[in-house]
Design a protein around this ligand. Structure first.
Ligand code: S3P
Length: 427
């Protein structure tokens, strides 16, 4: 499917972006292995999260979608999952595949996880290697790719220094350790999102956290909870950027997740001169949330790297777009992980923004952008990557003429309703 975006004169209004994808996945997973019911509100009803729901339904968990954003999970207890009736298909979702790999390694049955063409190209050795150290019987294609075959069995805790900061790997190991006979100690090179840690503790699990060192413990039982999912800052990122770039705009984003492991984009935009204010801050289940108010701003270039990268990794495509409109040079470095996302996001971001007239070069670990450059509408492809499709749509709002985006349907991976929300702000 193809869409065409034309320039916007201004954007104004109040929106509530859909629920956080990472937190939505975890609410289904922990709800399924807890005892008792878990009631989830503001759940992200998107393709990725539906892959997780389907996986647990296949393992005998009654999961009821009770409204457009509400789900009830009838938890089966820590040892209550049943052997899946077929191969589990994680679709496009790295979080589903990698977290499930850990969870399934500790079960008393065998299972297989596969995914779509993009996910089958993404590295799984990052979970296979430490899970094998825990004693898991797990194998993949070339020891690196999906499908993964897992023969569940007894696990032992490990000490593991993660080579890359990855919340998916960390969470995989925390979930596997729930079923192990001893604790695991996990060291992260820099902090990644901590949603698993926060939610597991709310469900009654035990963790000791000391900076980047996490001790995960085996569990006897977890207990069902009420989970309110904050708005996804990675989805909000598109509208925050649009608000900064489109002239005469003011956008209010209600109830966005503000977990400090995710707010790198706000710090970067403020540093670049962006007018961004936060109001009505609250906390639920350990997760901070609040309203974000953004106004059109004159931006200047910056350097983004080091410990900031895991705190804004999914927002880099749209930050790169903002950088094309900033005065001076923006350098994004230490971001090699972009190459193994839903697409090679160094190559694909550079491709799309170059086609729209930006001055941008790929580097080994990121990109360099010179601004400001007026953008010109053109035909671009999403590369099947939801975050690129939406970045291109925001670019289309400030580009001269028409921007056509093919492969638009992938926005349903994380943000069904994106287009309608964009239209609403133009009225
Ligand atoms: C996620 C972790 C990040 C992020 C992904 C979601 C998660 O991936 O890019 O979109 O839910 O844990 P990595 O763990 O590979 O960094």
């Amino acid at each position: 499917m193809k869409i065409t975006i034309t320039p916007a004169r201004r954007l104004a209004g109040e929106i509530r972006v859909p629920g956080d994808k990472s937190i939505s996945h975890r609410s289904i997973m922990l709800g399924s292995i807890a005892r008792g019911d878990t009631y989830i509100t503001h759940f992200l009803m998107s393709d990725d999260c539906l892959s997780t729901i389907l996986a647990f339904k296949q393992m005998g968990v009654p999961i009821e979608i009770t409204g457009p954003e509400t789900v009830t999970v009838k938890g089966q207890g820590l040892r209550g999952l049943k052997a899946p009736n077929a191969t589990i298909d994680a679709g496009n979702s790295g979080t589903t595949a990698r977290l499930l790999a850990g969870l399934l390694s500790g079960q008393s049955f065998s299972s297989t996880i596969t995914g779509d063409e993009s996910l089958r190209r993404r590295p799984m050795d990052r979970v296979i290697i430490p899970l094998r150290k825990m004693g898991a019987d797990i194998s993949g294609v070339q020891d690196r790719y999906l499908p993964l075959s897992i023969k569940g069995g007894t696990l032992k805790g490990i000490q593991y220094h993660m080579p890359v900061a990855s919340a998916q790997v960390k969470s995989c190991l925390i979930l596997a350790t729930l079923y192990a006979d001893s604790p695991s100690r996990i060291y992260e090179p820099t902090s990644s999102r901590n949603h698993t840690e926060l939610m597991l503790q709310a469900f009654g699990g035990r963790l000791d956290i000391n900076g980047n060192e996490i001790t995960a413990y085996p569990a006897d039982q977890l207990y069902g909870q009420q989970v309110h999912v904050p708005g996804d800052i990675s989805s909000a990122a598109f509208f925050i950027t649009a608000g900064l770039l489109v002239p005469n705009s003011t956008i209010i984003l209600k109830g966005v997740g503000l977990n400090p492991t995710r707010t790198g984009i706000l710090e970067v935009y403020k540093e670049m001169g962006g007018s961004i204010a936060i109001e009505n801050v609250s906390t639920s289940g350990g997760e901070k949330m609040g309203d974000i108010i953004v106004n059109t701003s004159h931006l200047k270039g910056t350097v983004i790297g080091g410990q900031l990268i895991p705190r804004l990794i999914d927002e880099i495509p749209v930050i790169a777009l903002a950088a094309t409109q900033a005065e001076g040079t923006t350098t994004i470095k230490d971001a090699q992980e972009l190459k193994v996302k839903e697409s090679d996001r160094i190559a694909t971001v550079v491709d799309i923004l170059s086609r729209l007239g930006a001055s941008i070069e790929a580097t080994d670990d990121g990109m360099v952008i010179h601004g400001p450059t007026p953008l010109k509408g053109n035909a671009v492809d999403s590369f099947g990557d939801h975050r690129l499709a939406m970045m291109a749509a925001i670019a289309g709002l400030i580009a001269r003429g028409e921007t056509t985006i093919s492969g638009w349907e992938c926005v349903n991976i994380s943000f069904p309703g994106f287009y309608d929300m964009l239209k609403k702000l133009q009225n």
